[in-house]
Structure formats: structure tokens, C-alpha cells
Design a protein around this ligand. Structure first.
Ligand SMILES: Nc1ncnc2c1ncn2[C@@H]1O[C@H](COP(=O)(O)OP(=O)(O)O)[C@@H](O)[C@H]1O
Ligand SMILES: O=P(O)(O)OC[C@H](O)CO
Length: 501
């Protein structure tokens, strides 16, 4: 047995290892959840050592489940939760703080100050991002300000900063490589996406020493080999990409105008804009979709912080369902006469509102409202939020042709009810792929193609197959009435009259 590709998918709530055979089908997989720390309101942390442990364990479990040895693996592709910020000692590999997770809002005030000082346009022009606590840059600044001695040690080159991909590669290679890839770099607020380099001016503004930053590589590249003691063979790491970009690749959205939307903890819609770096006028992000052979393909991205996480809230916080998969039946039983809206701004609102201080709201309750109506409102909120992104993206993309279908993936894409409502509200068909592990598939393709054993981009795109299509089924007046109700609910949730609405 040989020619297998191992994808490591390190997500916000769990780590997965997925083994793909030479036929690009899943042969074995393992998954482990890990601890979410909420030390204060708005703060979210992970334990970097626990993450690393969960990755090693799932790789070993997947190998055992597939009856394989490390020597059977031709290459590894890594994909990861993006923006989550880590610092560790270059020599010992010891983390110097918990990982500050992308959802963490502790730098909201810092972002406000930078905006007041007039820096937002500069950051947006160079990085394609906005001054929001979501991104790594201000999180790293917070660490430099709050860990004693960190700044001087970082200036001396004794400390590594990285997103989760960097942290995993550092550990997989036994501390030999401090690298990242272009997509993860493009989420830091420190990387100039037009010039493909860490930006000295932005580093100066945020007070980040260059010496602590990783080398930035293409998405299909040589990221080093695994330490032989880990799995029993030195496996080349040949692919790495942020999970949303990997999902775009896995969904074969390679042509300008193609869009995918991933429904996991949050929801992230990416529109391929080709070699055009669109500077959004509608508070979308401009980001690197992938860099292959030194050439950037860009995307417009809309990032929503809460999608599946609201279903988790129904299950764990509110307690109206036992399993996420119970939500569909409950939503279907809701009273069609009631118009209950939930704006799930549990950790603020992302695109296109970017309101870190907003919090969740419920509107339209009556004496007859119950678990079914609230569940329906949660599932519906996913479609309304996606529609907000579509409206903004279409404005940014101007007269360019745009695909009239949406490819979806992620855990919540399993919800038929949600996908049907999504098609109804977007008024376009929604396609769900046959292979649901799209993110892992994207990372595997990067590694497999680099290894020369998987097809090239065109060949890979031709293998994409859909499992089901959801066609729009509501008439326009009903759609408009529902969307207007959502708009009203969002307007009443925002903490100020923010641009973008
Ligand atoms: N059948 C379902 N209906 C609705 N939501 C679901 C369903 N299955 C999973 N989810 C949601 O999908 C999310 C998990 O998706 P996943 O892609 O694994 O997320 P992540 O990569 O962010 O950890 C959870 O938030 C869960 O609530
Ligand atoms: O881990 P996920 O799938 O929720 O994705 C998180 C995103 O990468 C955050 O930007």
C-alpha cells in the first residue's frame, strides 16, 4: 500500500485526520474534540499543547483504522482554523500563552483606537482586511504587551509567532521549520497581499518584530518532513492552507465568479476573483484564495462568526435539542404564521457589519412562540446572513459574471432544512457535494498534486460531484417579506449606525 495522502484538518472545535486513497476517496478518518476556554466575556482560548496532542492522536488513530503505516503516506496536507494566534519559544517549542482564538474579542478597543488614529484605510489597502479583533495582528500586539519580556525576546529572535498551521508544522518537523502559507499569512493584518511580503509599515504600527514571523510559502510547497520518531517514517508535508481557502479548493471553485460557502462553527463565503485583487467598498474582505507556483488567486470573503455555533447553543445552552441533527424536524414543525427572528451576534457581528460589541437578540416573540419557532429562527439566520454577504459581494464584483449556484460544505450543510431555506432566500440553487470532507479534500489535493500523484487543477475540478441540489421554491413577495424582517432585526441589534448596512 502506498500513495495515500493524509489531510490534517485542525478546526475550531475538533481536529481531524483523514486518509485519502489514490482514488481520492476517504479510506479512514479520526476526530477528537478539545477544550474551549472562555476565561472572560468575549475571550476564547485554546491550549496549544492540547491541539498538538489531538493532532498526533488522530493521525495515529486514522493510520490504525486504515490498517496503514506512515510509510504508506506519500504526503501530508494541512488545513486549519485561521487567525488563531500562538507564540512559542523557538528553542524549546514551549507555548508562551494559550492560543488566542479567532472568535476572541479582547482587542476590540485596540482596533477602535487604530481606527480613530485613521489607520483603517492603510490596513485595508495593504492586507485586504479591516481593523477587527478577528484577525491575528492585534491579538499578537496584545500578547507582546501582556507577556513579560516577550517583546525583547521576540526582537532577539528567540520567539516564534504563528497561526495553527505554523504551530503544527513546527511540531511535525521536530522544531526544524518555522513557516506558514500565503492564505494563513493573508489573515494576520501584517501581510501585504499585493506585494507578497510582511509589511514593514504595518509591523511598525502594531509594534511586531519581524524576527518572530514565519517564512511564507506557496500552498503547494515543501513544508519539511515529519520527525521520524512521531509516526515511524519521515513524511513530506507538501500542502497547507487556511480551512476556508482549502474548502474553496476542495469544492473546485477555481474559476473567477465561482462561490462556495462553508457552514461550520461560523460561515465563510468566498468568491473567486481570479488574479484581480478587489478592494471592497462594502466591507467584505479581500484575501488570498491560494498561491500556486508563486501566483496569487484572490477571493472576496464574507465571514460570519456564528452559524453551526447557534445550533450548538440550541443544544447546550438552551437545551431544546439533544443532537444538532434534531434541529431540522423541530424547525419544520414551527408555526408558519409566526415571524420570530434571531440575530446570533454571540461574539459580535462579522461581515458586512463588523460590530464587535453587538450581542444576540430575538424579535417577534408571542405567547405561542416556543422551541420550534426559535429553532427555525436559528436555522433561518444562516440564510439571511449569507444573503447579506451575497448582496455586498455582488456590489463589489460589479459587472463581472457571477455563478448562479452556490456550492456548500461544512457540518451544518448536512441540515436539509437550512440548505432549502438558503436556496429560497438567495433565490439560486444550492449544491451539496458528494464528498462532504471538502476542507480536508482541498488540503489533500494541494499535497497530492505537489507529490505528482493527484490530477492537476483541471483534472481535479472534473472529479467534483454533487450529492444534492436544493432549488429555490418560494415566490418573490414571500422572500422579500422575510428578508425585510431580518433587516429590521439586524438594524435593531447593531450598537451604532455602522457603515455597511
Ligand atoms: N444536522 C445538522 N444540523 C444543523 N447543524 C449541524 C448539523 N450537524 C452539524 N451541525 C453543526 O455544524 C457544526 C460542526 O461543523 P464542522 O464543519 O465540523 O465545524 P468546525 O470545523 O467549525 O469545527 C456544529 O456547530 C454543529 O452544530
Ligand atoms: O474551524 P472553522 O471551520 O470554524 O473555521 C474557522 C475559520 O477559519 C476562522 O476564520
Amino acid at each position: 500500500m502506498s500513495g495515500y495522502i493524509l489531510a490534517i484538518d485542525q478546526g475550531t472545535t475538533s481536529s481531524r485526520a483523514i486518509l485519502f486513497g489514490p482514488d481520492m476517496q476517504v479510506k479512514a478518518a479520526a476526530q477528537r474534540e478539545f477544550t474551549q476556554f472562555f476565561p472572560r466575556a468575549g475571550w476564547v482560548e485554546h491550549d496549544a499543547v492540547e491541539i498538538w496532542g489531538s493532532v498526533v492522536a488522530t493521525v495515529r488513530e486514522a493510520l490504525a483504522a486504515g490498517g496503514m503505516k506512515a510509510a504508506d503516506i506519500a504526503a501530508i496536507g494541512i488545513t486549519n482554523q485561521r487567525e488563531t494566534t500562538l507564540v512559542w519559544d523557538r528553542e524549546t517549542g514551549k507555548p508562551l500563552y494559550k492560543a488566542i482564538v479567532w472568535q476572541d474579542r479582547r482587542t476590540a478597543e485596540m482596533c477602535d483606537r487604530l481606527k480613530l488614529d485613521g489607520y483603517e484605510k492603510l490596513f485595508t489597502t495593504k492586507t485586504g482586511l479591516l481593523l477587527d479583533p478577528y484577525f491575528s495582528g492585534t491579538k499578537l500586539r496584545w500578547l507582546l504587551d501582556n507577556i513579560e519580556g516577550l517583546r525583547s525576546r521576540a526582537e532577539a529572535g528567540a520567539v516564534c509567532f504563528g497561526t495553527v498551521d505554523s504551530w503544527l508544522i513546527y511540531n511535525l518537523t521536530g522544531g526544524r521549520r518555522h513557516v506558514t502559507d500565503a492564505t494563513n499569512a493573508s489573515r494576520t493584518l501584517l501581510y501585504n497581499i499585493a506585494e507578497n511580503r510582511w509589511d514593514a509599515e504595518l509591523l511598525g504600527i502594531l509594534g511586531v518584530p519581524l524576527a518572530m514571523l514565519p517564512e511564507v510559502k506557496d500552498n503547494a510547497d515543501d513544508f519539511g518532513t515529519t520527525d521520524i520518531g512521531l509516526f515511524g517514517a519521515a513524511i513530506p508535508i507538501l500542502g497547507a492552507a487556511g480551512d476556508q481557502q482549502a474548502a474553496m479548493i476542495g469544492n473546485a471553485c477555481f474559476d473567477p465568479g465561482m462561490i462556495k460557502s462553508t457552514y461550520g462553527t461560523g460561515c465563510f463565503a468566498l468568491l473567486n476573483t481570479g488574479t484581480d485583487r478587489v478592494v471592497s467598498s462594502n466591507r467584505m474582505l479581500s484575501t488570498i484564495a491560494y498561491r500556486l507556483s508563486g501566483r496569487n488567486t484572490y477571493a472576496l470573503e464574507g465571514s460570519i462568526f456564528v452559524a453551526g455555533a447557534a445550533v450548538q447553543w440550541l443544544r447546550d445552552g438552551f437545551g431544546v435539542i439533544k443532537n444538532a441533527s434534531d434541529a431540522d424536524a423541530l424547525a419544520a414543525a414551527a408555526d408558519p404564521q409566526q415571524r420570530v427572528y434571531i440575530v446570533p451576534a454571540f461574539t459580535g457581528l462579522g461581515a458586512p457589519y463588523w460590530d464587535p460589541e453587538a450581542r444576540g437578540t430575538i424579535f417577534g416573540l408571542t405567547r405561542n412562540s416556543g422551541a420550534a419557532e426559535l429553532t427555525r429562527a436559528v436555522l433561518e439566520s444562516v440564510a439571511y446572513q449569507t444573503l447579506d454577504l451575497f448582496v455586498a459581494m455582488k456590489k463589489d464584483w460589479g459587472d463581472h459574471p457571477i455563478e448562479t449556484v452556490l456550492r456548500v460544505d461544512g457540518g451544518m450543510a448536512a441540515s436539509d432544512w437550512t440548505m432549502q431555506h438558503l436556496a429560497d432566500m438567495l433565490a439560486i440553487p444550492v449544491e451539496r457535494p458528494a464528498l462532504v470532507e471538502t476542507t480536508a479534500l482541498g488540503a489533500a489535493w494541494l499535497a497530492g498534486a505537489r507529490a505528482g500523484i493527484w490530477p492537476d487543477q483541471g483534472g481535479f475540478a472534473r472529479t467534483w460531484a454533487r450529492e444534492r441540489v436544493f432549488d429555490p421554491s418560494v415566490d418573490e413577495p414571500e422572500r422579500l417579506a422575510k428578508v425585510m424582517g431580518w433587516r429590521d432585526a439586524v438594524a435593531r441589534t447593531l450598537t451604532s449606525n455602522l457603515p455597511g448596512f
